[in-house]
Design a protein around this ligand. Structure first.
Ligand SMILES: [Zn+2]
Length: 252
């Protein structure tokens, strides 16, 4: 019994500091995703960037660059290679729980064809609604790939044993969710982009396009779930993926 939890970093996102709630003019932040090994199967929480973005001429990257956004991704950092490094066959991934539908979180889906997606219903519906998907930058080419989809409304216990529970945290996008994981490594809340990094817990510098009132409510409810030993793993926190990673990156 039990669950093993690993972290993987799938490239870096480059943007203005302002866009990430940071003071520097330009910043580079990690793009993490998470691997949950459960007796009933392997689940991922998010799946990083599309492998196609190893090519800097990928068309969406070309569209983002004039807006001040860019990524770097090497072949060794793709979801496929990160999973191989953990001895996990991408074809055997059973679930991909998506925090939301942005390309840096859903981008690896093409490499995980047998997975069932676990998404908040309102996020999935927003992805197919022209005005909302445009406003929030939800690109069907990265998530509408014919996977089985399990739409959930609010909290959802993924394996039915409390080891991994989806927690709605709307605001960054219409149906953003976080994941609470109880594993051999302790109690973690995988916050996703409900909070980009630890500094935002205090500053509440949320991204311009998001719903700030909803983000404040969501962050408060995530913080209220913490027990004294709970570790919050933020969406793009450079300090959590530096010298001392917040989660194991490899088998010990
Ligand atoms: Zn993100």
């Amino acid at each position: 019994m039990g669950l093993n939890l690993f972290g993987c970093v799938c490239g870096q996102f480059h943007s203005s500091g302002e866009g990430m709630g940071m003071d520097a003019e330009r910043v580079s932040v990690p793009i993490p995703f998470y691997v949950l090994e459960h007796p009933d199967g392997v689940a991922l929480f998010d799946c990083g960037l599309p492998a196609a973005m190893c090519d800097p001429e990928e068309s969406y990257l070309r569209a983002l660059r004039p807006l001040g956004m860019d990524v770097s991704l090497t072949p060794a950092e793709t979801v496929t290679q990160r999973l191989h490094a953990l001895d996990v066959d991408p074809l055997r991934v059973r679930y991909v729980v998506l925090s939301h539908l942005h390309f840096d979180h859903a981008g690896g889906l093409r490499e995980l064809p047998n997975a069932t997606l676990v998404v908040q219903r309102r996020e999935w519906e927003a992805g197919f609604e022209p005005a909302l998907s445009q406003r929030y930058g939800l690109r069907k080419r990265y998530f509408d790939l014919g996977h089985e989809v399990r739409l959930v409304d609010g909290e959802h216990d993924l394996f039915g044993d409390g080891a991994a529970v989806c927690v709605p945290s709307f605001g960054h996008t219409p149906g953003h969710q976080s994941l609470r994981v109880r594993s051999a490594a302790g109690d973690h809340i995988l916050v996703g982009d409900a909070c980009y990094h630890a500094g935002v817990v205090e500053s509440r510098r949320f991204p311009a396009i998001s719903d700030h009132a909803a983000m404040n409510r969501s962050l408060e409810s995530l913080l209220a779930l913490r027990a004294p030993e709970t570790v919050m793993v933020f969406g793009h926190d450079p300090d959590q993926w530096g010298e001392r990673p917040v989660l194991p990156l490899a088998r010990s």
